[in-house]
Design a protein around this ligand. Structure first.
Ligand code: SF4
Length: 373
């Protein structure tokens, strides 16, 4: 039986470029929105030949700033998806919203399209920090969007946070978490700031005071503790949810499920092949799409099973590995597992079926994952 698909739709437009952002997004190109939406609709229609009729259990509209474009465009995309795919009645349908870019009318329209999960980018509850990283909203803009969303009936809201921001200390991050948990969203993502080449903050990094590595880990541990006390379980390294509100869409990525991405730069994985669309918008508007594709070997899939699955708090299963690959996990990775267990980075459950990162493993997760590459 075919598994369900997860669909991702990329909307690359933003009101301005945040100083830390290296996502595929542009400011000042809103003149292309109409043509882009038409190309997206065509891409979805054309996917019918290969995937039409497949069942979809999650859709994620991300960016960029999807809430920047007219709501009718979002409606058109979802309508087209429903014409091509069998979207489950209980599918999780998420959209990313930036504070200040979605008023009550827009939010109500999303609701009427069947969108049932909002992801609102707050990043910090401290206005100084927001302006330092080039966000164009402040905390009260966020709060207005959040309250509008609740009034429109959204009962599944994620709030995105970033820590280790320039000029941030532990106390300031504490205030952000107190503020967010006080609002009681269903889900919180909290990522450590990564300085990416080519961004404004990368080029100007010496103009700012940055938290050092110990301070970064201190903030993370404090965040995990505070969110746990407030009822949010860490189900993945950077993702926290009230019970039952774990993001189903992202879980598909971490569990090696199949997904299709539409729009520039969007990645897909189906039938054992990973493929990616062009990142050049002019090409995409002319109907040029796939720019690269790779057939994954069994070794690639086994490696992904390990390092993606270990991101999740409930870890990976030896029985699951055997069922999927016809080999035992220890036959393939016995040496790496023993060394990680010995170093206190991975622990096993009592039945010795599941493996999980320890707290120390979470702290140096990239080092652990590299062992399985
Ligand atoms: S809103 Fe998001 S995608 Fe757009 S520039 Fe800022 S961080 Fe990047």
């Amino acid at each position: 039986m075919m598994s369900d698909l997860a669909l991702y739709v990329h909307i690359p437009f933003c009101a301005s470029k945040c100083r830390y952002c290296d996502f595929l997004s542009f400011a000042g190109r809103s003149g292309l929105i109409n043509r882009y939406i038409n190309s997206l609709s065509d891409e979805i229609s054309d996917s019918y030949d290969e995937y039409g009729g497949r069942t979809v259990s999650s859709i994620y509209i991300g960016g960029g700033t999807p809430s920047l474009i007219p709501e009718e465009d979002i409606g058109q995309i979802l309508k087209r998806i429903r014409e091509v795919y069998e979207v489950r009645p209980d599918a999780e349908i998420s959209i990313e919203v930036n504070p200040g870019s979605a008023d009550a009318v827009k939010l109500a329209a999303y609701n009427s399209f069947g969108i049932n999960r909002l992801s609102i980018g707050l990043q910090s509850a401290n206005d100084d920090e927001l302006s330092r990283i080039g966000r164009i909203h402040n905390r009260s803009d966020f709060e207005a969007t959040y309250r509008n969303a609740r009034e429109c009936g959204f009962d599944n809201i994620n709030t995105d946070l970033i820590f280790s921001l320039p000029g941030q200390d532990k106390d300031s991050f504490r205030r952000t978490i107190e503020y967010v948990t006080g609002l009681k969203p269903e889900h919180i993502s909290a990522y450590s700031m990564q300085l990416e080449e080519g961004t404004y903050l990368y080029e100007h990094s010496d103009e700012y005071e940055w938290p050092n590595e110990d301070e970064d880990r201190d903030m993370y541990h404090m965040g995990v503790r505070m969110m746990s006390d407030a009822g949010y379980g860490r189900y993945e390294i950077s993702n926290f949810a009230r019970p039952g509100y774990e993001c189903r869409h992202n879980t598909v990525y971490w569990r090696g499920g199949e997904y299709l991405g539409f729009g520039i730069g969007a990645a897909s994985y189906a039938g054992g092949v990973r493929f990616k669309n062009t990142e050049v918008i002019e090409e995409y508007l002319k109907g040029i799409r796939c720019s690269e594709s790779t057939k994954l070997t069994q070794a690639d899939m086994m490696s992904e099973f390990m390092f993606l699955g270990l991101r999740m708090s409930d870890g990976i299963s030896r029985a699951g590995f055997l069922e999927k690959f016809g080999k035992t996990m220890d036959e393939v990775y016995g040496r790496q597992i023993s060394s990680c267990v010995r170093d206190g980075l991975i622990r096993e459950d009592d039945e010795k079926d599941r493996l999980f990162l320890t707290e120390k493993g979470f702290d140096i997760s990239n080092y652990v994952f590299a062992k399985f590459l």
